[in-house]
Design a protein around this ligand. Structure first.
Ligand code: PXP
Length: 239
């Protein structure tokens, strides 16, 4: 069964727009859980334009489901993750200037760096997932790093889905079959939404978790947060 982790970066962005604590990120995280979220994801970026480093301890104290911190493993990021020990850390090779994450790791080129970082995190009891494009060579490379899971980057799936859903999902199904064979867990995220999530979940065997932020909070403007989370859970055949 696929878990829904809600990425609350957009709430932090809205809060930061006015410099006060409104909306209250901690309260929103609690409410997401009350409304059915099975995990909370945050992605602090170096410029702290949405999630700030000082949000992490407050969230760590209140998240009762699964706390997932994602980001580029800079020394500062790793120090913070090792201090607050979330359930899961997702490593993402995002450029500091990037608007949002837009590709997975080259797990071949960065094998030794990833292996070292992953070992440090696992030693601290943190499950590790690494952001990965759905290509056999990168999935095989991921296995060599010792990671527990991969998070399949679903941006290209979401873009192609409206025109050719079967073609859009095919590389993900294949990557998932390989990951299952290699005993790598599978997460997925980026641009998943109420239109494309159900099909993705049906077609990707062994999908353990999706993390969804942008579309979910846009939907919440129209449907309300409680309804919206329930609608996403319905796409995962949870309700
Ligand atoms: N996974 C990763 C690694 C991300 O960087 C993001 C965006 O912060 C997401 C998932 C969620 O993507 P979206 O906000 O498009 O749902």
């Amino acid at each position: 069964m696929t878990r829904l982790s809600v990425n609350i970066n957009k709430i932090a962005l809205l809060r930061n727009a006015r410099g006060s604590n409104f909306p209250d990120l901690v309260q929103v995280a609690k409410d997401c859980e009350t409304f059915g979220a099975e995990g909370i994801t945050v992605h602090p970026r170096p410029d702290e334009r949405h999630i700030r480093y000082d949000d992490i301890p407050k969230l760590k104290d209140i998240v009762n489901t699964e706390f997932n911190i994602e980001g580029n493993p800079t020394p500062r990021f790793l120090e913070m993750v090792l201090k607050y020990r979330p359930h899961q850390c997702t490593l993402v090779p995002d450029d500091p200037q990037a608007l949002t994450s837009d590709s997975g790791w080259d797990t071949i080129k960065h094998e030794s760096f990833l292996t070292d970082v992953i070992a440090q995190l696992q030693e601290a009891g943190i499950r590790v997932s690494i952001f990965c494009d759905p290509e056999a060579k990168y999935v095989e490379g991921a296995k060599k790093t010792g990671t527990d899971r991969i998070e399949l980057y679903t941006g290209p799936y979401a873009e192609a889905f409206p025109h050719a859903p079967q073609q859009a999902v095919a590389p993900y199904t294949e990557a998932a079959l390989l990951a299952n064979q290699l005993q790598l867990g599978i997460n997925a995220g980026h641009d998943l939404n109420l239109d494309n999530l159900r099909f993705f979940n049906q077609e990707v065997p062994g999908l353990l978790e999706v993390s969804i932020g942008h579309a979910l909070f846009v939907d919440a403007i129209y449907y309300g947060l409680h309804n919206t989370i329930q609608m996403y859970l319905r796409c995962l055949e949870k309700v």
